[in-house]
Design a protein around this ligand. Structure first.
Ligand SMILES: NC(=O)c1ccc[n+]([C@@H]2O[C@H](COP(=O)([O-])OP(=O)(O)OC[C@H]3O[C@@H](n4cnc5c(N)ncnc54)[C@H](OP(=O)(O)O)[C@@H]3O)[C@@H](O)[C@H]2O)c1
Length: 269
């Protein structure tokens, strides 16, 4: 396992996927402010340009690419463009993702497939394509998962399953790399509720939360604090980790509580 020095981002080459808004944009800004050359991507060209303009003010060699990562056939070529553009890679932050708030009675297979493509298959494809360079650099991978991966949220089965998949993949990857004595850090971040566009995107049931959304600035230190450490994951806020700890000894009781809470939130007839 790796030691845990303060990770110095000066001169590091960082790719943040899905950095045209929200958590990804905030992480990209933070990395640029700390001296990294930052690559960002997303589908919205105007938003990409706006974020990139902020990055180059701190880190002039930063780069941006307009890409739809759900088109998996294009990921290898994208990875080559990233390596050419940044001159290699030290840190990969797989952040791009979409919600899918829909009950299992209403979900279609196409919806499930499309959310899997962007939330699960695209970060894995990108990780595979960039792994040789990350190994060369003794680099770091951070996968942005969700508390949904472990907390069985109502009406989010498709989304939660994609996040559980990336978490499970990451766990096994840590083991594989360590057994092979490969010095690449792999970490998972489990955000709770952050104030982003994720909750207003079309094609989803309405979102309501019993807890207040945090500003994206609150995720920067917990995420960047994982770099260069052997800490596998972080919950933001931390107390979500305690909820998970209570769930696993008795999942039946946990699910009963979840059902009771969800029913109490239904509109009265
Ligand atoms: N906000 C929360 O409370 C919360 C909680 C748990 C986990 N998360 C996770 O945090 C990550 C960031 O979400 P966010 O909350 O910051 O929401 P957001 O503001 O909607 O950001 C999502 C980012 O992903 C990009 N993206 C989506 N589909 C893409 C595609 N097909 N190809 C390329 N880029 C794509 C979006 O860019 P374009 O639209 O420009 O393509 C955008 O930059 C997601 O993985 C999400 O699941 C968020």
């Amino acid at each position: 396992m790796k030691p845990s020095p303060q990770y110095d981002l000066t001169g590091k080459r960082v790719l943040v996927t899905g950095a045209t808004s929200g958590i990804g944009a905030e992480l990209a800004r933070a990395c640029a402010q700390r001296g990294a050359t930052v690559g960002i991507c997303g589908r919205r060209a105007d938003r990409l340009e706006a974020v990139l303009a902020e990055l180059v003010a701190h880190s002039p060699t930063s780069r941006g690419w307009v890409i739809d990562l759900a088109e998996l056939d294009g990921i290898e070529a994208f990875a080559r463009r990233v390596l050419d553009g940044l001159g290699g890679i030290d840190v990969l932050i797989n952040n791009a993702g979409i919600p899918k708030r829909r009950t299992t009675m209403a979900l279609t297979f196409d919806e499930i497939e499309s959310v899997n493509r962007i939330n699960y298959l695209s970060p894995i494809a990108l990780t595979i394509a960039l792994l040789p360079s990350l190994i060369e650099a003794s680099g770091e991978i951070i996968n942005i998962s969700s508390v949904a991966a472990r907390l069985s949220p109502p009406a989010e089965a498709a989304y939660a399953a994609t996040k559980a998949a990336i978490t499970a993949y990451s766990e096994s990857m840590v083991v594989d790399l360590a057994v092979a004595n490969i010095n690449v850090g792999v970490h998972v971040v489990n955000p709770g509720v952050f104030d982003t566009e994720l909750f207003t995107l079309p094609g989803n049931d309405p979102f309501s939360s019993p807890i207040e959304a945090l500003p994206v600035a609150a995720i920067v230190e917990p995420v960047l604090g994982l770099l260069g450490t052997d800490q596998f994951e972080v919950y933001v806020p931390e107390w979500f980790g305690d909820v998970v700890g209570h769930k696993f000894p008795d999942t039946t009781a946990y699910l009963k509580g979840n059902i009771a809470y969800a029913k109490s939130q239904q509109p009265k007839q």
